[in-house]
Design a protein around this ligand. Sequence first.
Ligand SMILES: O=P(O)(O)OC[C@@H](O)[C@H]1O[C@@H](OP(=O)(O)O)[C@@H](O)[C@@H](O)[C@@H]1O
Ligand SMILES: [Mg+2]
Ligand SMILES: [Zn+2]
Length: 177
Amino acid sequence: MKLLILDRDGVINYDSDAYIKSVEEWIPLPGAIEAIAQLSKAGWTVAIATNQSGIARGYYDVATLDAMHARLRALVAEQGGEVGLIVYCPHGPDEGCACRKPKPGMLQTIATHYGADLAQCWFVGDSLGDLQAAQAVDSQPVLVKTGKGLQTLAKSLPVNTLIFDDLAAVAAELIHK
Ligand SMILES: O=P(O)(O)OC[C@@H](O)[C@H]1O[C@@H](OP(=O)(O)O)[C@@H](O)[C@@H](O)[C@@H]1O
Ligand SMILES: [Mg+2]
Ligand SMILES: [Zn+2]
């Protein structure tokens, strides 16, 4: 199946070192909503795997996170597309969970949900942990230069990492390849 997995903050929406704590702070990056809709209409299933330690830190609650994701789904639906499964890790960095990237637990949850082979999937992120999670399960690591992407670009990346300017460029590659 044509399954694309996305990181959220810095790939779909602007990120902030102060975390994205409300629906009002959740602002799509230019072209991101359209990219997801175009992929969806081209037969791609678009799922999301996102670290949300802000919940463990007490910056926002699950209801607020769900409202952000309802907003995302509504905006994509307005463009005629749909968003697939959204999986998040609500834990803090010190909790030792199995789902926080760079661990691949969320990618595995998504693959199991769809019966998909992660070795055939691209995972698009802006942080090194995203790329490492992809590498851990033989998915294709894809870095975008939005969010923390430019800082990540300066780090030691998985050797097969693909690099794109933004999610719109990733979508164009997948839809027209
Ligand atoms: O990029 P995704 O996975 O969708 O979400 C990242 C966010 O959960 C936050 O992750 C935090 O990292 P720590 O969780 O504090 O290490 C920081 O990088 C924040 O700036 C960022 O907003
Ligand atoms: Mg991110
Ligand atoms: Zn977790």
